[in-house]
Design a binder for this molecule. Structure first.
Ligand SMILES: [Zn+2]
Length: 233
């Protein structure tokens, strides 16, 4: 279990067209290689062991968007405290190797970004011109990735689990949007609130809000069995 303080430092980013030629070089190639290698290993583990990631990868495949690790993931150095991003232009998930140090963090970043990738695959998302599309995907990513299941007992105690989840998802979606778009908080709040109910209640492909790994595992089992009812008729 990670510290709540670290939780607050997580940042996500939908890159507004990242410039692949401009990644900051580290002065020591060796340390870069070490970070990169560690990132690759953690990514591999996330795709093989996280029930969230496994379900999403399976859903992507069923939707005709099979994910190839070499092609669709990129471990890179990023600015600030950003953990990862989805680059819609190249359909690539960026993992910030300099900011992800723990497996549990990696699992959550991979899950969060795979939800954006899933939305990108199933819908014609206009990430750059339609802020409602962006807001909707951020709401879903915060709601379904477990990002909001790691909060302090204190806030659950105060608001109850359901209200806590909603408040947390709303706050995270707002922060994500403000991090990547030049709009003010009021505008962002208006957009998030307009689409909130619809997108908060859209649990695809999980079929529920997976509050922990076990939940996500059950969701995965249901997902794999989804055709069985019809097949048995
Ligand atoms: Zn996001």
């Amino acid at each position: 279990m990670e510290q709540p303080k670290q939780e607050e430092e997580y940042g996500y980013d939908l890159f507004p067209g990242r410039n692949t030629g401009q990644h900051k070089g580290r002065s020591f190639t060796e340390s870069l290689l070490t970070f990169n290698h560690k990132c690759q290993v953690m990514l591999q583990l996330a795709t093989e062991t996280s029930p969230y990631a496994k379900l999403l990868l399976s859903a992507m495949k069923s939707s005709g968007c099979k994910v190839f690790k070499e092609r669709h993931f990129s471990c890179e150095d990023c600015d600030g405290t950003v953990s990862g991003g989805f680059d819609a232009d190249s359909s690539q998930i960026v993992l910030c190797q300099n900011n992800i140090h723990q497996q549990s963090h990696m699992n959550r970043v991979v899950t969060h970004e795979l939800i954006h990738a899933f939305d990108h695959c199933r819908a014609h998302v206009d990430w750059f011109n339609n802020l409602k599309h962006l807001a909707c995907s951020e709401i879903r990513a915060a709601n379904l990735s477990g990002d909001c299941s790691f909060q302090t007992e204190f806030s659950r105690f105060n608001f109850g689990l359901k209200q806590h989840q909603q408040a947390c998802v709303r706050g995270r979606a707002l922060r994500s949007i403000l991090a990547v778009r030049k709009i003010n908080r009021e505008e962002a709040e208006k957009i998030v609130d307009e689409v909130f109910d619809t997108c908060f209640n859209d649990h695809a492909p999980f079929g529920r809000i997976p509050h922990d790994k076990k939940d996500a595992g059950f969701a995965g089992r249901d997902y794999e069995n989804r055709g069985r009812y019809y097949a048995n008729l």
